[in-house]
Design a binder for this molecule. Structure first.
Ligand SMILES: [Zn+2]
Length: 303
């Protein structure tokens, strides 16, 4: 396996991994999306909310506000030995808000959140959360905790995480192609008598390149074991940290699997498997247990 970083900015990393198959590439992608933990607001105690935005809606917006995360400082609540419902300083950070509109209408932004821990602060301070008319106010205390994207997407560290095959296309007029891709940055490079299209979208955004190497040629020469990853952070972690954490998690998982194989412990019985019969399932509950209007799967007469 070989890894080459193509570009790295404050929020995005692009890198090539060769010598892996599609399944492994997707495993790495899914680990970044759903397993790398970040801090996000989970519990909120309102003391005042006279804005037009309902408590639940405001809570949803706050939950989806990315917070910078120091992974070395906090542990996942399930791994913490405090066992407290609202956590302890090892597994949660506190953010507060106390804002009131005086004479003018004001907009409340993510930057109005006051973090107790400066390392757990809004990644962007300009996300609008609500508007306050004169005399309206919002006051609350919020608890952020580590979590994973597989529980709720608000805990996913990426706003984009994709991969695509690179393409190795044989060319006839090498000099002409070489001259063109020189101007196209890191979208392609020459490898012997072939042009290696690293970033297909970026390559095709150049009209001259597109005419020299048509799309059919690119798609017909995809390299099956070489992928370009594009990972964009939502601001909670650096893009580099997202990738390294995902690799760490994968390594740990594979270590656990190796231990199980060595101990011949691969056939543990399925437990805690509770099958819900379809007719008992409800689309949603309005809280009244005896209403059966929302039941799904009933086959009763409709008269
Ligand atoms: Zn704790």
């Amino acid at each position: 396996m070989k890894t080459t970083v193509i570009s790295l900015t404050e929020d995005t990393i692009r890198f090539i991994v060769s010598g892996i198959n599609n399944a492994f590439a997707n495993t790495l992608r899914r680990t970044m999306v759903a397993e790398v933990p970040i801090m996000t607001i989970e519990d909120i105690f309102y003391f005042d909310n006279s804005s037009l935005v309902a408590d639940e809606v405001l809570a949803n917006r706050l939950g989806l506000t990315p917070l910078t995360t120091d992974l070395d400082k906090y542990v996942l609540p399930e791994d913490c030995d405090c066992n407290a419902e609202l956590g302890c300083p090892n597994c949660r950070a506190v953010l507060t808000m106390d804002i009131k509109a005086d004479e003018d209408i004001i907009t409340v932004y993510s930057g109005d959140l006051v973090p107790d821990d400066p390392d757990t602060a809004p990644a962007s301070t300009t996300i609008p959360l609500a508007k306050l008319a004169p005399k309206q106010a919002i006051k609350f205390e919020a608890y952020a905790q580590l979590g994973q994207g597989k529980t709720h997407i608000k805990w996913s560290p990426v706003s984009m995480c994709v991969y695509q095959n690179v393409s190795l296309v044989p060319v006839e007029d090498k000099a002409k192609v070489e001259e063109c891709i020189m101007d196209c940055g890191d979208a392609a490079e020459m490898v012997g008598d072939k042009v290696k299209v690293i970033d297909i979208q970026k390559f095709e955004s150049c009209k001259r390149c597109r005419e020299l190497i048509p799309r059919d040629a690119i798609m017909g020469n995809l390299v099956p074991d070489e992928f370009l990853f594009t990972v964009e952070s939502n601001g909670a972690l650096t893009p580099k940290r997202i990738v390294t954490e995902a690799v760490k998690i994968l390594k740990k998982r594979l270590g656990e699997l190796t231990d199980k194989i060595d101990a011949d412990d691969l056939h543990s019985p399925i437990s805690d498997f509770d099958f819900t019969r379809p007719e008992e399932r409800k689309l949603y509950s309005d809280g009244s247990e005896d209403s059966d209007e929302e039941e799904v799967g009933t086959t009763g007469d409709t008269e």
